[in-house]
Structure formats: C-alpha cells, structure tokens
Design a protein around this ligand. Structure first.
Ligand SMILES: [Zn+2]
Length: 213
C-alpha cells in the first residue's frame, strides 16, 4: 500500500494527511494507553467532529460513566476545566440535565434523580465516525461513504440487558481498553457491508450500529 497516496477512509476524496484516533483521543484519561488505534484521514475529516466529541464526553460524564474509575480521572483532568472555559457547552448541558422522578425498570420509585437527555444527533455523528474507523481497522477497507450506518443509543435497562446478551454472540474487537471503550462486531450472513457493532463506553454507555449498503 502506498502510504503517500492513501485516501482518507471517511470521505475517500482527500489524501490522508494525518491519522484519526478511534475512538477519539480525548476519551482517554492520561496517561493514555500506548496501543491507541488510528486510521488514515484527511485534515478536514480529522477535525469534523471535534466539537461533537467534546459535547459527547461532557454530556455522558453526567451519567453513571462519570462515576466510573476512568470517568473520575477525566473529570479531574479536564471535564471540570472544560465547563469552566466553555460557557456554550455549559448552557447546552444545563438544558439537557433534568432532575426528575425516577423509577426502576420494575416500577419502584427511587426518588428524584439527575437524568440527562443527550443530543443524540450529535452523539450519533461521533459514534458513526467510530464505527467507520473500526470497520476500516477490522476489515482493512473503508466502509463506503455513501452507505448508511444506523445507530441506536441503548438507553434503557432492558436494552442494556439485550446488549449484554448479544455481546457474547459477537466477535470481540481486536482492541479493547477496559473501562474506557470496548466493542464487539460481526458480519451479517458473511456480508461485510452488513455488519453489526456494539460499543460500550466507560462500562455503562451502549451504542448499537448496523451498516448497510
Ligand atoms: Zn476526509
């Protein structure tokens, strides 16, 4: 493979001038693992979801993820500072936070809890880019730009449960950073264009994706 002429795996138009981290580098607290995954990418695509990634992280750190070991490290290292510096981000987050009556899946009232309504349009942009990056890594070829990636945010206890059961049916990803990001995947009927992906961020945030022609 001629590296100097390699195309960006996301847009397939531009020459890859840099490498993009999959998942985004900012998702890893420092010291970052030495085995981060990168894919060839143009400068435009490299920056295209930067703000969405920041919002993704800032939003989900208000969920269970923020209380995890890695989440706490992220809070200490940068999320606090991010809020301090970025009033726009603060405004978006405060709108998406709700202090609401909360019930367990079995219907037991557990009082008022903080819940967060993430901006899913923007979160899905981040997740789609991750899926395209993982696809390239696992299948050694880009997933066609015109082809669709359908993404579902698994935000209920029952969908978590389905996810946990499904994860054993999938092939474990060739890379995993426990507590930060793990994934499983498989091709549907041996057809790589139709593939399913289950991603877990900070052991508590699940996204499911299905690629199709
Ligand atoms: Zn590009």
């Amino acid at each position: 493979m001629k590296d100097d002429k390699q195309k960006c795996i996301y847009c397939s138009n531009e020459v890859a001038a840099t490498r993009d981290h999959v998942p985004p580098k900012c998702f890893f607290p420092k010291p970052r693992p030495s085995d981060l995954l990168t894919v060839p990418c143009c400068l435009g695509c490299n920056k295209s979801t930067e703000k969405d990634e920041e919002l993704f992280l800032a939003t989900f750190m208000f969920s269970q993820a923020g209380g995890s070991k890695e989440g706490k490290r992220l809070w200490n290292q940068k999320i606090d500072r991010m809020y301090e510096k970025n009033t726009g981000l603060r405004r978006i987050i405060s709108k998406s936070l709700q202090y609401d009556h909360t019930y367990t899946p079995a219907g037991l009232y557990i009082g008022k809890q903080m819940t967060i309504e993430p901006d899913l349009t923007r979160a899905k942009k981040v997740v789609e880019k991750i899926v395209r990056g993982l696809y390239f890594y696992q299948y050694k070829k880009p997933f066609a730009k015109e082809s669709k990636v359908n993404i579902v945010f698994l935000n209920t206890e029952s969908s978590f449960q389905v996810a946990r059961e499904k994860i054993d049916l999938l092939l474990p990803g060739d890379k995993a950073w426990p507590g930060i990001f793990e994934y499983g995947y498989n091709a549907v009927n041996q057809d790589q264009a139709k593939s399913i992906w289950l991603m877990m961020f900070y052991s508590s945030i699940y996204f499911f994706a299905l690629t199709e022609n």
